[in-house]
Design a protein around this ligand. Structure first.
Ligand SMILES: [Zn+2]
Length: 477
């Protein structure tokens, strides 16, 4: 009797071993193999870009200083980082996890590892698995170095301008002003707005990472659906930065079938506790509200962005009749007089001649030239978005007086408004003319041009501004 039992038992375990071996062979064959895209940047550059951009992000966004919430997100993040497959480990990378006290459903990860999750994302999630899903997806972009890979495909980029650019696209909602707010632009499109190919890669690698950390990859797909459902008609920033390659749910499910996930982590006591804790706090503001109030964080009292060399002169060189074309990230191209300098900010770029830009009382100002920028927009029509923008502009420039209605105009083939104002220059109190052109991008974001010249020179500048505006080409596919 004892002998027979033993015999059966050992036969049984041999059988099991064969089944396991077969299953492993299937896994190896069926899991989608991922290859990181071509990248001309060094790993050290990823780290440096991410470090600068993270510092900038923390200056501009309020970080939620709550030990329990912070360590909860950190814990989820760490367990996912440990599950990154060895071929995508970069030893130089430093993954970190912070919670932004903003209501919008958003999260972003910067090259080299700094990762930010909005409080709104944690509040919207229905399970811990859903939070892990978004974080795993973000980590996958970092591990595959998608930010710099995307830049590799693009046109020449100035390294120094990039970090601020990344933040520009995160923050979006910055409301521009003639007294520019010190932030930069559209290159961010290169870093955080990914192609559909990269999205699919991040979904697949994200599935592997989730399974490795004990989560069910289906929860990643569930979170994407939660985001779509909860963010209303305008669509949140996260979805425009991470476009759905199509059939997201289906291919993630398919991938999940080949991954070994038993008793996945879904809801945890910690998750319920953290959501209750957040509900007990004062509600978070939206990113747009944070940007508009200008009170991002107490340490946001830094100098402006214009180079030290910038200074305001009485005499400014007349606009050159020769033009130079600049490409700003993936978003737009513009031609400006050759003797104007490019002054990148976070959500905007200013072009101005020597002697026409500099700082006053710690703020960037320009007296001749154009500022071109993009901001996030939560309204539906160009009219409403323009109203809001002009309101904000008027608040920052108290002497601004509107001289015209919203005149119909066009920018890059889209319908636009042109509105003219008079203003008193911060420099010498003389009259200046300000024309604001506004239009909407295909993703609903707001695109603007602010053209400024002293009143007594405006006749001469008017033609230049017309030419600059007509030269703009936008690629917001
Ligand atoms: Zn993505």
């Amino acid at each position: 009797m004892a002998h027979r039992t033993h015999c059966h038992a050992s036969k049984f375990s041999v059988g099991l071993a064969v089944v396991v071996a077969l299953a492993m062979a299937t896994v190896a064959l069926a899991q989608t193999k991922i290859t990181a895209p071509k990248n001309n940047y060094s790993v050290a550059q990823d780290v440096e870009l991410g470090r600068q951009a993270a510092a900038e992000a923390e200056r501009q966004m309020p970080i939620l200083r709550d030990e329990e919430v912070a360590s909860y997100v950190e814990r989820i993040g760490r367990s996912l980082v440990e599950a990154i497959p060895p071929e995508f480990e970069n030893r130089e990378f430093r993954y970190s996890f912070k919670v932004v006290n903003a209501r919008d459903i958003n999260a972003f990860a910067l090259p080299g590892g700094p990762t930010f999750v909005n409080r709104g994302m944690i509040e919207a999630a229905r399970t811990e698995g859903e939070i892990a899903g978004v974080v795993a997806h973000e980590l996958s972009h970092v591990a595959l170095r998608h930010g710099t890979a995307q830049a590799t495909k693009g046109e020449k980029l100035q390294f120094g301008a990039i970090a601020g650019a990344i933040v520009g696209s995160i923050i979006g909602g910055n409301v521009g002003s003639i007294v520019a707010q010190g932030s930069q632009f559209g290159l961010g499109a290169v870093f955080l707005r990914f192609s559909r190919d990269y999205e699919k890669q991040a979904d697949i690698l994200g599935s592997h990472i989730m399974a490795g950390a004990g989560y069910d990859p289906h929860d990643m797909a569930n979170m994407f659906q939660t985001i779509e459902r909860q963010s209303g008609s305008s669509g949140p920033q996260w979805l425009s930065d991470h476009p759905n390659p199509g059939n997201r749910y289906a291919y993630i499910s398919k991938e999940a079938r080949y991954l070994d996930i038993e008793n996945p982590i879904r809801n945890t006591r910690d998750f319920d506790g953290i959501q209750a804790r957040l509900r007990g706090m004062a509600p978070a503001r939206s990113t747009e509200e944070i940007m508009r109030s200008g009170q991002r964080s107490p340490q946001d009292r830094r100098g402006g962005r214009y180079p030290q060399a910038g200074r305001i002169d009485k005499r400014v060189e007349y606009p050159s009749s020769r033009y130079q074309t600049y490409t700003e990230g993936n978003l737009f191209r513009v031609s400006v007089p050759e003797n104007w300098r490019e002054l990148p900010g976070n959500n905007s770029v200013t072009f101005a001649p020597e002697g026409a830009y500099g700082q006053m009382e710690g703020q960037d100002i320009f007296t001749h030239g154009v500022e071109i920028g993009e901001t996030r927009n939560e309204t539906h029509t160009l009219k409403e978005a323009t109203d809001e923008f002009i309101n904000a502009l008027t608040q920052g420039n108290r002497n601004l007086r509107r001289e015209s209605g919203y005149d119909r105009s066009s920018i890059a083939g889209r319908s636009a408004f042109a509105t003219t104002f008079s203003n008193l220059s911060e420099v010498d109190g003389q009259s200046e003319i300000v024309t604001v052109y506004t239009t909407l991008l295909r993703n609903g974001n707001f695109f603007y041009i602010i053209a400024v010249a002293p009143e007594d020179e405006y006749g001469a500048y008017r033609r230049t501004f017309d030419k600059v505006v007509r030269s703009i080409r936008i690629s917001d596919y």
